[in-house]
Design a protein around this ligand. Structure first.
Ligand SMILES: Cc1ncc(COP(=O)(O)O)c(C=O)c1O
Length: 416
């Protein structure tokens, strides 16, 4: 029998292989069994862990979930999502920074589901989807799964700020080739760099898009991935850029991706929403209809108990305060780890991408595969990416964050 024999359709033939991040995590766990967990730095996990390596949770959220009556678990949710959840998700996304315009929401299985529907419904087959050169790997997977490809611009300029020129050049180039353009922008607390665009940078991005949108046949969808927003700083300050999404031309549609994975520590419940902002009522109504149809056509409906939890949190000021109090403790733990890492990176002269907040710090380097292998000799497990190494401060205790930069600097020097 031929080993090359394949049963799948041509468009689904892909090389088999384990997910890189999960493979490194497995290797770290194996090393922990051999050498002891305290000797191993496992910086591969993209979830917030406490200092003992256990998943950090918000107790009030889990209690709420556990207190729901059986019927809440058993029953379907409406295809578009529970109406009370959809209202709550708008509040969770915008808080006091709601932009002007028509705003509609559709429940999706996490932010991932929102990415899927946006790519499918707002770009054409064969189109390029635009994202920066530092991006979350599944953007490419989701694009390719749906017959699209990823195009990238350079995220940082020589001053380590948002590279507007590179962004603009790429938008212009793509809009010469295609009429629909989906732009995936993960900010604040970008994965993998920890960068957050400033309000001025957002303004520059939108001004440029408005210029491109002066041709009415061009349709631009700006997908704002805020997966890490609840760990990106003060609630309303880190959302202050959102008001700028009001009053845009009708051929620029903003879609915000809401996720309960990180901000509510409900990764496994697969709950989130996509929320549109448009100056045109018909565009918002079409958004609702089209994405509800896609829900039915892909996964039917979402996870009802998680939806009910969010609705209850935003219906009770006391509950919301409690959730925020617990989350602040986690945010504090995360910022302390990042600060220690940054401080030691400065001491070791280690160049890192401009980090402002979030789960990851990225170290640009020319030979990431070799450097991560070298680090494994010291039982440090980080993830090689195209142009650098992703270190998950979210999953590494503070004392370990302190010792890693020096080791990283040494390992990089070896291969330069
Ligand atoms: C940048 C980014 N966007 C979106 C997501 C989506 O997460 P979920 O589908 O669990 O909401 C993640 C999760 O790791 C992420 O890192």
């Amino acid at each position: 029998m031929s080993t090359n024999f394949s049963m799948v359709a041509a468009h689904s033939r892909r090389p088999a292989g384990e997910d890189n991040i999960f493979a490194i995590n497995n290797a770290a766990q194996q090393a922990a069994k051999v050498h002891g967990a305290d000797k191993v730095v496992n910086a591969s996990v993209g979830a917030l862990l406490d200092d003992d390596g256990k998943l950090s949770i918000l107790p009030s959220v889990i209690e709420l979930l556990k207190s729901l009556p059986a019927v809440e678990y058993a029953a379907y949710a409406p295809i578009a999502g529970l109406p009370s959840f959809l209202e709550a998700s708008k509040k969770a996304v915008f808080r006091d920074q709601m932009p002007e315009g028509y705003i509609e929401a559709i429940a999706t299985p996490g932010g991932s589901g929102a990415i899927r529907h946006t790519i499918w419904n707002y770009s054409n087959g064969g189109d390029y989807i635009l994202t920066p050169d530092w991006y979350w790997g599944p953007y490419k997977t989701i694009a390719e799964e749906h017959g699209r490809a990823i195009a990238t611009y350079t995220l940082f300029d020589e001053k380590d700020q948002f590279n507007l020129q590179s962004f603009a050049d790429k938008v212009e180039e793509l809009l010469k080739k295609q009429d629909q353009l989906v732009i995936l922008l993960n900010s604040p607390a970008n994965n993998p760099t920890g960068y957050s665009l400033t309000n001025e940078e957002w303004e520059a991005v939108l001004n440029y898009l408005k210029k491109e949108a002066s041709s009415p046949e061009k349709k631009i969808t700006l997908f704002v991935d805020i997966a890490y927003i609840d760990f990106a700083g003060e609630t309303n300050e880190c959302r202050s850029f959102m008001k700028q999404f009001g009053g845009l031309p009708e051929n620029i549609l903003t879609i915000m991706a809401f996720s309960m994975s990180k901000g509510y520590t409900l990764y496994g419940m697969r709950c989130g929403a996509m929320i549109c902002v448009s100056a045109n009522k018909a565009v918002a109504e079409e958004f609702k209809a089209v994405n509800q149809f896609s829900n039915r056509g892909v996964w039917s409906n979402g996870t009802r108990p998680a939806m009910t939890v969010l609705a209850q949190i935003f219906e009770s000021p006391q509950l919301l305060t409690q959730v925020e109090k617990e989350r602040n403790t986690l945010q504090q733990m995360l910022s302390e780890r990042a600060e220690v890492f940054l401080e030691n990176a400065r001491k070791a002269n280690l160049k890192i991408c401009p980090y402002k907040a979030g789960f990851f710090i990225t170290i640009p380097c020319s030979n990431p595969e070799a450097v991560t292998k070298e680090l494994q000799k010291d039982l440090i497990f980080a993830v090689p990416m195209g142009k650098g190494i992703r270190f998950a401060v979210c999953s590494v205790p503070k004392d370990q964050c302190a010792i890693v930069p020096e080791k990283l600097a040494q390992a990089i020097a070896k291969f330069e």
